[in-house]
Design a protein around this ligand. Structure first.
Ligand SMILES: [Zn+2]
Length: 104
């Protein structure tokens, strides 16, 4: 038996351990955080749900990769990629507006 510990990615300190919470349709182990009740699967079949996808999109865009090549490398669809880019951009805009309010 493997004792793989998975930490909660949502809780701020990231120290809360997630516990087993049944299995998905495809038989992968699902985990749940006891504090914030956020669930997570160790390895997603649908690649867009993986945690590092958004960070990879930012890195590839900085490197100058196009939409289709980024989508091909990350194995997600171009539509999903475009939606993610908009979501990421909206996050930056809201961050900037918070900083501007603090400056005033
Ligand atoms: Zn949590």
């Amino acid at each position: 038996m493997t004792s793989k510990t998975i930490k909660c990615f949502r809780c701020v300190d990231g120290k809360n351990l997630m516990v087993k919470n049944g299995k998905t349709k495809s038989g992968n182990q699902r985990y749940i955080c006891k504090i914030c009740h956020k669930t997570k699967v160790a390895t997603y079949i649908y690649k867009a749900w993986n945690q590092d996808v958004n960070q990879n999109i930012i890195e590839f865009t900085k490197e100058g990769l196009g939409i289709r090549s980024t989508a091909r490398i990350l194995e997600i669809s171009t539509t999903t990629l475009l939606k993610r880019i908009i979501t990421i951009a909206k996050g930056f805009i809201s961050l900037l507006s918070v900083k501007e309010k603090r400056m005033k």
